[in-house]
Design a protein around this ligand. Structure first.
Ligand code: FES
Length: 313
């Protein structure tokens, strides 16, 4: 579907938000808290962006984009070239990060650009009158997107945690999640380190109460549509074709190149592999931005379009 950009606003030095409308002013398809749309960029790349506005709104979708210099160029194009009046091609909203409206108490934890789906969830819980507290982790006040809006909308139900970008000053999620009342859910969206910390702290919570989605340096820049690509193994001097419906790990196994794996979903770190060249479409939920410059999880991650990956195997 096509949408028209109604407004573009610089929210923080690195985050810009865009309001999208139906070109004819018609109501947009409904969405639920946590939903995203896939945006097709002029270079054919597909990017996923969460809808951050109130899920009851039908007149607009609001997305926010973190500028990532190390990404595939998608966020830079959104920041530099997309302007009011432009038409964007998007998918209708889809949801892989659903809000369970049956929870009695909810921790909403966001890191950086991961605030986007969490904001929509907070709006929905507020509307339903369900208990929640929003924890928003950023480096400092300047990089805290929608700070005034959050203060105004959610009052004492929010906590800003500024860590100065230092891991040792990260929100103490273990202490936060140590005491859990019955019927409590936790939702976390942000960089891999934050997600891992929450999942570890809540490892013994009942099934279905811990919800997470990777954002920050990874999720936002995921090309959601699988494309085929070639992978070259440097030490063996072998090249394999990875079809759209296969992972690197599967293709290597079929060709008798064994790499250890356990979860095959990008979170156990067992299949971590060093790559030598090529741009990676990181889809794991564990590697931090520094690790991602040289390592990838070959059970889930792929090559960005038109890239050939060279692995240190
Ligand atoms: S097998 Fe677990 S991250 Fe790849």
């Amino acid at each position: 579907m096509d949408v028209v950009v109604r407004s573009a606003e610089q929210i923080t030095p690195r985050i810009k938000s865009f309001e999208l409308n139906d070109p004819a002013g018609a109501p947009l398809p409904e969405f639920e808290a946590g939903a995203h749309v896939d945006v097709t960029l002029p270079n054919g790349l597909v990017r996923s962006y969460s809808l951050l506005n109130h899920p009851g709104e039908r007149n607009r979708y609001v997305i926010a984009v973190l500028r990532e210099e190390a990404g595939g160029g998608g966020s830079a194009w959104m920041h530099d070239s997309l302007k009011p009046g432009d038409v964007l091609s998007i998918t209708p909203p889809q949801n892989r990060f659903e809000l369970d409206e049956g929870g009695d108490h909810n921790f909403l934890i966001a890191g950086g650009i991961g605030i986007t789906p969490i904001l929509s969830m907070a709006e929905r819980l507020d509307e339903l009158g369900i208990d929640f507290k929003l924890y928003y982790c950023t480096r400092n006040r300047e990089e805290t997107a929608f700070a005034e809006l959050i203060e105004e909308r959610f009052g004492e139900r929010h906590v800003f945690h500024h860590d100065g970008g230092l891991r040792e000053q990260m929100l103490d999620v273990e202490a936060l999640l140590r005491v859990r009342e019955p019927g409590t859910h936790v939702y976390v969206c942000g960089p891999p380190g934050l997600i891992t910390a929450v999942r570890n702290a809540a490892h013994d919570w009942p099934k279905g109460t811990v919800h997470f989605e990777l954002f920050g340096s990874g999720r936002v820049e995921i090309a959601t549509e699988n494309k085929p690509f070639d992978v070259h193994l440097k030490r063996r001097n072998l090249t394999f074709h990875v079809p759209a419906d296969r992972t690197i790990l599967e293709v290597l196994a079929e060709n008798d190149v064994r790499v250890r794996s356990i979860c095959r979903e990008g979170y156990c770190e067992v299949c971590t592999t060093r790559y030598v060249s090529g741009k990676v479409d990181h889809r794991d939920s564990v590697l931090d931005p520094e690790d991602r410059k040289t390592m990838m999880q070959i059970c889930v991650s792929r090559a960005l379009p038109d890239e050939t990956l060279v692995l240190d195997l």
